[in-house]
Write a protein that binds this ligand. Structure first.
Ligand code: DGL
Length: 254
């Protein structure tokens, strides 16, 4: 069982920001990354559509010998993780969530902007987290279409989107929660628009630490001493997805 793969999925290539954190801690594991860019964005889909799609991907990853599955998409996690955990009790499922608790732990008294998809912000799971750790200085911003623009990779569209949607917070925000796994890819651009001293919160590092401890507890750690392999699958089968995925995988934190 230790030789099994770690399945990681997202609605597109954004989950690469989670995978690169995981690999830092678990370099010897073998990974299968599934990018569902044919069905992207998840953020504007119904709950039923997201659950159905996540279950299909989950089953596909299990059929490829995955010993655990990481949901590297905040939208999918907030809507489908409880359903999948309930139904597939024997497989550890690790799910990302917006790092709002970190704001509570480290920068409670600061003006905070949570950026996430509509699906995440409206979800019950996120609302429980938000009300538990509310610092009463938080703005929740549904970034409709932003993951899509990032997925497309057009820099001027990204800049225009940010100017239009977060320009009004310039120098008024100190904490930004990157509540969608695509957003760390444009952290620099977000910082340029907001100006000032912005501190970014991203749940990927915590997820990696948690994943490692779950693998250890379940005796699922791969004991191999060489680096593992990564298999990339994209539902749209567009070759440029794979190229961008590996480019971002190699990039250091932005
Ligand atoms: N990367 C995603 C997330 O973390 C999903 C974006 C989307 O497909 O709308 O929420």
């Amino acid at each position: 069982m230790q030789e099994g793969n770690i399945g990681v999925f997202d609605s597109g290539i954004g989950g690469v920001t989670v995978l690169r954190e995981i690999i830092k801690l678990l370099p010897n594991e073998n990974y299968i990354y599934y990018s569902d860019s044919k069905n992207n964005p998840y953020g504007d889909k119904t709950k039923e559509e997201i659950i159905k799609r996540c279950e299909e991907i989950f089953k596909l990853l299990l059929s490829k010998n995955c010993k655990t599955v990481v949901i590297a998409c905040n939208t999918a996690s907030s809507i489908a993780s409880n359903y999948l955990r309930e139904k597939y009790k024997n497989i550890p499922i690790i799910a990302i969530e917006p790092a709002y608790k970190m704001v509570y732990d480290y920068a409670y008294d600061k003006e905070t902007l949570v950026m996430a998809t509509k699906g995440t912000i409206e979800s019950e799971k996120f609302n429980l987290l938000y009300h538990k750790y509310d610092n009463h200085k938080t703005k929740l911003l549904e970034c409709v279409g932003l993951a899509d623009v990032i997925e497309e990779g057009n820099e001027s569209k990204i800049k225009n989107y940010l100017e239009r949607n977060i320009g009004q917070y310039k120098r008024k925000i100190e904490n930004v929660v990157l509540g969608c796994t695509h957003y760390p890819l444009i952290q620099k651009e977000i910082n340029q628009v907001l100006g000032g001293n912005v501190r970014f919160f991203n749940g990927a590092n915590r997820l990696s630490v948690h994943l490692k401890s779950v693998l250890e507890e379940n005796e699922l750690i791969n004991k191999a001493d060489e680096n593992g392999k990564i298999v990339f699958i994209d539902s749209s089968e567009k070759p440029e997805k794979e190229k961008r995925f590996y480019k971002f995988l190699k990039e250091e934190d932005l």
